[in-house]
Design a binder for this molecule. Structure first.
Ligand code: GLU
Length: 482
């Protein structure tokens, strides 16, 4: 059997879109599952869209996510170069070949003329397309214009009759009447190829067996099939992935939130949960499992289980998955991921053992990695302010007296463990005939400055008796003077 070779072929526009990562991931999973190779090819033939540093950024985000390519820029294989702007001669040669075989032609129409044609078509409610004027130039006319260096493009000679048919792994049989296809430009006036020529030439010479890409490329595929036919090349298998949608079913866009993988990373999402989440955007496993490791995805993945209908990008699901994957990590692993952040906060002065205990205490409660910083400040710094809302909720007229009497109990505890603190508090509550919450809530407020968090007993044990008593005293003074 022929080797499976797949590719991710992004245009370097500056960041990696989640849709791009999905395409890369599916290509990667399919290649790995079948012992094949996964390539990265940079499609940078549109010189107007080039962004400085975009390729490096894209590669570093791919590396971070673990979707690692076997061949591509900085990892040359036998089919390079893998950057289209370094392959211009190959495209020119093949465009010339198509002109010689009568499957393409030079078009000398000026921009102004094309605009006029288009305006007229719009006026007549016709779909805009080239009117094929230059298709009927005779060889002498063409030679004369070329000798005069008249600017020109090269266009495909789309058959005027018949149908182009192909089998899409996701969509099934797709057929389109040739007469509705435009004579596609394949070489632009600047001598650069358009996407359509470059993608076909490269997929052929890079021996791509399966083209797995977003649904937005489906309408272009008939033109690609025609190009394969013109060259007499074997057509790869196509699989077009369903669109990614916002919860309101509109096309996923930046306007409704983040779409760059980098943004999710910065917000504290683990690569494991991003990959897990993205894998399920359009593909479903054979059972109703939702949590997958990378290796499990490789084992399970098949093209046949990709759906046709749009996949909804549900951020709550990503958060839930992130929570599940964070729980699977050890405190040590989380510490390594956050070392730099802790350093920035100045928390590395605390013993590692203490930081690990904080992580363990919070692990079940966080949604994103950054919560280990933002929700954990009071483990490292004294709370010196209390929000109005938490005071209103937890600080009543008689609270100060209750807490003051409880402090006397706390002071008596020699073995300052969560179990002992809890015992003492519950006994005290029974003695003064109040519910434990009447003491627990203000206590939490005084110790942490907030009204949410892990068990107050564990929190107190971790902070230690001296700090707990100091914070209570400080808080009482502060809140009493209100
Ligand atoms: N360069 C195209 C893109 O930016 C690739 C489309 C394809 O995979 O054929 O998505």
């Amino acid at each position: 059997m022929k080797q499976i070779r797949t590719r991710f072929a992004p245009s370097p526009t500056g960041f990696l879109h989640v849709g791009g990562l999905r395409t890369a991931l599916y290509n990667y999973l399919f290649a790995k599952k079948n012992g094949g190779k996964f390539l990265l090819r940079i499609e940078d033939t549109d010189q107007n869209r080039i962004v400085e540093g975009a390729v490096e950024n894209l590669i570093s985000t791919l590396n971070w996510s673990g979707v690692d390519y076997d061949e591509g820029p900085y990892k040359e294989g036998d089919y390079g170069p893998y950057i289209q702007s370094q392959r211009l001669e190959i495209y020119k040669k093949h465009a010339r070949q198509l002109v010689e075989s009568g499957n393409a032609y030079q078009c000398f129409c000026t921009h102004e003329r094309l605009e006029q044609v288009r305006a007229k078509q719009i006026e007549m409610h016709l779909p805009p397309s080239y009117d094929r004027l230059c298709r009927s130039l005779n060889p002498e006319q063409v030679i004369e214009k070329l000798n005069n260096n008249t600017p020109h493009v090269i266009r495909m000679k789309i058959p005027l009759i018949g149908e182009t048919i192909f089998e899409d792994v996701v969509r099934g049989k797709v057929s389109i009447a040739n007469k509705i296809l435009d004579d596609q430009v394949i070489i632009k006036t600047d001598g650069f190829p358009t996407y359509h020529l470059a993608v076909v030439v490269d997929d052929h010479f890079m021996e791509i067996s399966h083209v797995i890409r977003g649904e937005e490329w489906l309408p272009s595929t008939p033109k690609h099939i025609l190009l394969y036919n013109f060259f007499g090349w074997e057509v790869p298998l196509f699989a077009h992935l369903p669109l990614l949608l916002n919860p309101d079913k509109s096309k996923l866009s930046k306007r409704q939130g983040d779409v760059a993988v980098e943004d999710f990373r910065a917000k504290g999402f683990l690569k494991e949960s991003i990959i897990n989440f993205i894998a399920l955007l359009g593909w479903h496993p054979s059972d109703d499992r939702e949590i997958f490791s990378f290796d499990e995805l490789i084992n399970e993945f098949t093209l046949e289980r990709i759906g046709k209908s749009g996949a909804i990008f549900n951020i709550e699901k990503l958060q839930w998955l992130n929570q599940q994957h964070i729980r699977k990590l050890s405190a040590e692993e989380i510490f390594i991921l956050l070392r730099n952040e802790f350093d920035k906060e100045g928390w590395l002065k605390y013993p590692e053992d203490y930081i690990l205990k904080v992580i363990n205490l919070m692990k079940e409660r966080v949604l994103v990695l950054t919560d280990f910083v933002n929700l954990c400040k009071y483990f490292y710094e004294e709370p010196n302010s209390f929000t109005e809302e938490s005071i209103l909720k937890n600080w009543k007229d008689d609270t100060v007296n209750t807490i003051k009497s409880f402090v006397a109990e706390l002071e008596k505890i020699t073995d300052f463990t969560s179990v002992k603190i809890e015992e003492s508090l519950k006994l005290f509550a029974v003695n003064i005939q109040v519910k434990p919450g009447i003491i627990i809530n203000p206590l939490r407020l005084l110790i942490s400055g907030t009204n949410v968090g892990p068990s107050v007993f564990h929190m107190a044990e971790l902070l230690g008796k001296t700090k707990v008593l100091a914070r209570i005293n400080f808080g009482i003074q502060k809140l009493s003077s209100k």
